[in-house]
Design a protein around this ligand. Structure first.
Ligand SMILES: *Cc1c(COP(=O)(O)O)cnc(C)c1O
Length: 244
């Protein structure tokens, strides 16, 4: 498992992105084997926020076709740079909390949103997407750690939002997303993942897909042990970030 605190910080240009990707993929396979899961059921979402397009190009050359970003403006600029560089098979996942004044912009280029937590944002997205004749895959964010500073819905509020999303045809609800407690206490981190998986299991299948977006550089093996189907990994691939 990657100890993020040991990674050097930088732009990512000094980092062996292809080597790190291979190592992370091997660690994902190892976590799947340990959990008795099929590695084909766990998708790697490389998180490229803060890193320049030149670093993303290296990841693209190493086979990456989906990037996660958390700032709308930064993501839009990168998406445009890649569109001009003729990479039509590239997809973009917004993983950070989205303000309703940014929904129109996100609707133009994003393929996935991992942090849906309000009906207002959902309705704005659905309207903008319909006008553009696009659709968006969404994950509803659950605040599984009950930390007040974290985005996401309380677990008991998720079903009410999902019930409204059924009427928004441009959104495809693939499942739930969560950020675990940032802690050395493995049991406390695991409890966040368990809560999210249990919630998914309780919710009616007609309201959402069965996917779980959970696990980051520091905790993805644990997330896989508890059912993650997408792991969002930045620092273990691109090197440590100063902030965010
Ligand atoms: C930055 C971020 C990640 C990736 O975190 P790393 O520590 O770089 O692996 C995952 N999910 C969200 C929501 C993020 O903002």
């Amino acid at each position: 498992m990657t100890d993020v605190a040991d990674l050097p910080t930088g732009t990512g240009l000094e980092v062996d992105v292809a080597g790190n990707l291979a190592r992370v993929r091997a660690e994902i396979d190892g976590a799947c084997a340990a959990a008795g899961r099929d590695p084909g059921d766990v998708r790697l979402l490389p998180v490229s926020k803060t890193h320049p397009v030149a670093v993303l190009e290296r990841a693209y050359a190493a086979g990456v076709r989906l990037f996660g970003e958390n700032k709308v403006q930064e993501a839009a600029e990168k998406a445009e740079a890649f569109a001009e560089a003729d990479h039509p098979d590239l997809r973009w996942a917004m993983i950070g909390h989205l303000q309703s004044n940014k929904v129109r912009q996100v609707a133009t280029f994003a393929h996935e949103l991992h942090a849906l937590d309000s009906l207002k944002v959902a309705r704005g997205l659905d309207r903008a997407l319909a006008e553009l004749d696009r659709t968006l895959d969404v994950f509803v964010q659950v605040n599984s750690s009950a930390e007040p500073q974290k985005s996401g819905l309380a677990p008991e509020d998720v079903e009410a939002l999902l019930t409204e999303l059924v009427d928004l045809p441009s959104l495809r609800v693939r499942g739930l997303m969560t950020l675990a407690l940032n802690s050395d206490d493995e049991g406390a981190v695991a409890a966040c993942f368990e809560r999210t998986t249990a919630l998914r299991d309780r919710l009616p299948a007609e309201l959402l897909g069965r996917e779980l977006s959970m696990g980051m550089s520091g905790d993805f093996a644990l997330a896989i042990a508890h059912g993650a189907t997408t792991v969002r990994i930045g620092q273990a691939i691109f090197g440590a970030r100063e902030t965010r």
